[in-house]
Design a protein. Structure first.
Length: 330
């Protein structure tokens, strides 16, 4: 049996003290009662939004500062959050696993999301659930997505879509048995200086196509995606839209630039080994992320993350959201 691998942990940006963790748990439990515990309902999201105002000051301050500027790494790591470990059921092991009813971890994730903006989801992915499970699924070990356990290449989340999330938030409920599953993150703010002028110029040109990821299922792409750049916005601090698996360069210089970009993010990447109660916020506009390989056992105690997406401006996707809800139907 493989032993536990020792890793040098990345220091958390904030570790909650026990009193603040208790406050978080109390607030989360109020969202698990009261007659409306359906996570995807507008009424429950409104309750989570109001409850987020009562989160401990250090947590609210960290979220607010990160929203203004996500720093050199584009990540925010918070430790010491309550996930109600004694009450956790076995780790789900079925395709498309999501959380429809309020639990302490789901409520905590929703409150953090509301502290950053508004949670949202995509109907074609995980049936539009706001709180999604990232768990290994038997038979999908090589799947290039959240159900797999093979290495996952770098990507910005849903970069093919006209309204990708601004933030992706992960909350760790269980780590993998061998502690080898690492969340790999790389930011453009550190990778950009490694790019040549020619590489930068090519990455800003609309010479790439990015298709929907495998998690959206077959046929999700519809019409062929329009050519787009990988980098956009300010030349000195650009946004990223790419996925190594599904971004196709359309010209020789685009292919060379994409390869150069891949080397730059590999050179600057960090690996986060999350433990229960760790929450990480990724600024999806300036980071790409992936995952190292790990070995699931399918014994009910495998790695289990909750995930949600956040937008800072829900209105900009209004034409994609029926009834002004939180799910983008197209």
């Amino acid at each position: 049996m493989p032993g536990t691998t020792q890793h040098t942990p990345v220091a958390a940006d904030l570790n909650l003290d026990p009193a603040d963790a208790t406050t978080c748990e109390r607030l989360a439990r109020t969202l698990c009662t009261g007659g409306c515990e359906a996570v995807d309902s507008p009424e429950w999201v409104a309750r989570a939004r109001d409850a987020s105002d009562e989160l401990p000051l250090p947590l609210r301050r960290a979220l607010r500062r990160f929203r203004r500027h996500s720093g050199p790494h584009g990540t925010l790591l918070i430790g010491g959050l309550p996930v109600d470990q004694p009450a956790l059921p076995p780790t789900p092991a079925v395709p498309g696993s999501v959380q429809r009813r309020a639990t302490v971890p789901a409520a905590l994730l929703a409150m953090v999301a509301c502290g950053l903006g508004e949670p949202h989801a995509y109907l074609a992915e995980k049936s539009g659930a706001l709180v999604q499970d990232v768990v290994p699924v038997p038979g999908q070990e090589s799947f290039h997505g959240n159900a797999g356990s093979a290495p996952l290449s770098f990507h910005s989340e849903n970069g093919f879509h006209p309204h990708p999330p601004d933030y992706v938030v992960f909350l760790c409920l269980r780590a993998d048995h061998d502690r080898t599953a690492g969340l790999r993150v790389a930011g453009i703010r550190q990778a950009l200086p490694l790019l040549t002028p020619a590489g930068r110029e090519a990455l800003f040109a609309p010479e790439f196509r990015t298709a929907p990821p495998p998690s959206f299922g077959p046929g999700a792409s519809g019409a062929e995606p329009e050519p787009r750049p990988v980098l956009s916005g300010a030349a000195e601090d650009p946004d990223i839209h790419m996925a190594q698996l599904v971004t196709t360069p359309l010209t020789p210089r685009a292919a060379a630039a994409l390869a150069e970009f891949g080397r730059a993010v590999e050179a600057t990447a960090r690996t986060l080994y999350l433990t229960p109660g760790d929450l990480v916020v990724l600024d999806n506009r300036v980071t790409v992320h992936g995952r190292t390989a790990f070995q699931p056992r399918y014994d009910g105690a495998d790695r289990w993350l909750h995930r949600t997406y956040v937008t800072t401006d829900l209105r900009r996707s209004r034409d994609h959201r029926p009834d002004d809800g939180h799910v983008l139907a197209r």
